[in-house]
Design a protein. Structure first.
Length: 354
């Protein structure tokens, strides 16, 4: 039986890997075309777009794993059917359950691969992509570090510890230097917000370094004449859906401890968890589709069927998460419903095969 497992795994794995490469290439090309509209913003050019798309590839790979698993398994098992190898396997006394088990062993490998990409490769790669884009599309230097966001505004260097929705930030530190690169003013503000084209600082502590003395003062609020574009912060900030599940979970705990709403981030966490599970479900779904259509369709038709099902699933999966946030549905229900419905359909098809 190990020989059977290895044989099925080799054929199906090669098919899934090939489909995944093609899908990532196609979606990356569309992403490249979409980014062309922003050419000319700051220093954002063709080379920067290529870099941005390249570093976004791991995230695309993670999101396309379920579709690739479905189409690749359809092609791999379909090849066995076309070459009459499936008939030989069945007449040799191998049960349908054993064939399903062989395929699902491979499915578990791709579930694990999806988790590795989604947790350890895609998040840092996406951070690099967003960072490089933010630098290129603005005239300000921006950097995301464990200590927050850093940006340059003329002779001032700005550190922002936390970004909030609605163009609000917390923990603002501004360091102003003179033309000889000597620190002139150090300002800290508990928070700041952007309204009617300008920034306003709140709960301010300021230290002014004169030639012969140091002056300190406090203010409740004051306008901040900065050219710092709110879009810059939004560019540097990583979308919660692009964070690792561990970081998302920790951030949810942080917000709850501080009495902040974490609903959006809970939806993002369960949405990320759904992709690896969907990968295994898609492998399972492909098995009855191949067996039900064994004598009726060829490889090309199966590819079309798999592509249609995969794309519909991808769209519904994305829409379910958004609808869950809009209508305040359960994060588990909205994120897992498409995967659960697909699994139920696979079980019903498998019963038909029996």
């Amino acid at each position: 039986m190990r020989t059977l497992d290895r044989y099925i795994a080799r054929i199906v794995m090669l098919s899934i890997a090939s489909v995944l490469v093609v899908l990532v290439a196609v979606f990356s090309f569309f992403k490249f075309i979409d980014e062309l509209d922003q050419v000319g913003r700051g220093g954002y050019g063709i080379l920067t777009i290529v870099e941005f798309v390249f570093f976004s590839t791991p995230r695309l790979t993670y999101e396309l794993f379920p579709i690739a698993a479905l189409i690749g398994t359809l092609i791999g098992l379909g090849t066995l059917v076309r070459n009459s190898e499936m008939i030989v396997i069945r007449t040799s006394g191998v049960s349908l359950a054993r064939i399903v088990l062989s395929a699902m062993k491979l499915g578990s490998v791709f579930v694990l691969a999806s988790l590795v990409v989604g947790e350890f490769i895609a998040p840092p790669s996406e951070e690099v992509a967003q960072h490089r884009k933010s630098i290129a599309t603005t005239n300000q230097i921006a950097l995301r570090t464990p200590g927050g966001f850093w940006a340059r505004d003329g002779r001032s260097y700005i550190n922002i510890r936390r970004v909030l929705p609605g163009n609000r930030v917390e923990g603002v530190y501004i360091y102003e230097f003179d033309d000889k690169n000597r620190l002139r003013v150090s300002t800290s503000a508990r928070q700041a917000y952007y309204k009617q084209g300008r920034w306003v600082l709140e709960k301010i502590e300021q230290t002014v370094f004169d030639a012969d003395r140091v002056r300190k003062r406090r203010m409740e609020h004051a306008p901040w004449d900065s050219l710092l574009d709110p879009k810059l912060i939004n560019l540097v900030a990583i979308n919660p859906q692009h964070l690792s599940m561990i970081n998302l979970y920790n951030y949810i705990r942080f917000r709850e401890v501080n009495g902040q709403n974490s609903r959006y981030y809970r939806h993002a966490l369960w949405a990320k968890l759904s992709y690896p599970l969907a990968t295994g479900v898609m492998v399972f779904l492909a098995i009855p589709i191949v067996l039900v259509t064994a004598q009726k369709t060829g490889i090309g038709q199966r590819v079309v069927i798999g592509s249609c099902i995969g794309l519909v699933f991808h769209i519904i999966n994305k829409a379910a998460g958004s609808l869950g946030v809009v209508f305040d549905l359960s994060p588990v229900l909205s994120a897992m419903f498409p995967t659960a419905a697909t699994f139920l359909a696979a079980v019903l098809l498998m019963r038909r095969v029996h």
